[in-house]
Design a protein around this ligand. Sequence first.
Ligand code: COA
Length: 150
Amino acid sequence: MKLIDCTKADDRDYIVNSVAAIEKECFYDYWSEKSIDRQLSQNSSVFGAVTVDNVIAGYVFGQIAADECELYRIAVSERFRKKGVADMLMRFFIDKCRANSVANAFLEVRADNIPAIRLYEKYGFKKIGVRRGYYKNPVCDAVNYALRIE
Ligand SMILES: CC(C)(COP(=O)(O)OP(=O)(O)OC[C@H]1O[C@@H](n2cnc3c(N)ncnc32)[C@H](O)[C@@H]1OP(=O)(O)O)[C@@H](O)C(=O)NCCC(=O)NCCS
């Protein structure tokens, strides 16, 4: 397994197409190729991917604003799950936050997404709030998490 900092990678079309395919596989509100490409261009983006035999298995995306970073997406293609890919991505995300003097990271997750909740809690994210019935398709609470970056 290899980690790539997507904001610095040369093979941008490959990254955009691979991330878009995983988006479609994992999310009903998936991002288009155009919006993924736009995020790759921004200095404030934290965008990492893990490859297995040169195939993109998963990615993490967040955005820094001042001393805060919002984790928007972490996703691993189904056939690469439960092999530690998300572990690598979370470490990349936290290292990047630290390198950019981020004090706190935030995220929001569906209350029924147990794999993601376990992952976030494993890396020290603490629950800070709930938005009742926030998500649709199907309706579900959103749980807000925060991590103090030491
Ligand atoms: C959540 C997700 C990213 C985990 O990816 P993964 O590569 O399979 O995770 P890893 O193998 O690296 O596991 C890391 C940790 O995640 C948690 N985890 C992963 N899969 C889990 C599962 N099925 N059940 C419970 N916990 C799980 C565990 O804490 C695990 O650590 P452990 O093995 O020490 O217990 C993956 O399931 C996924 O892509 N889900 C769909 C997209 C999504 O919902 N993303 C989050 C919202 S943006």
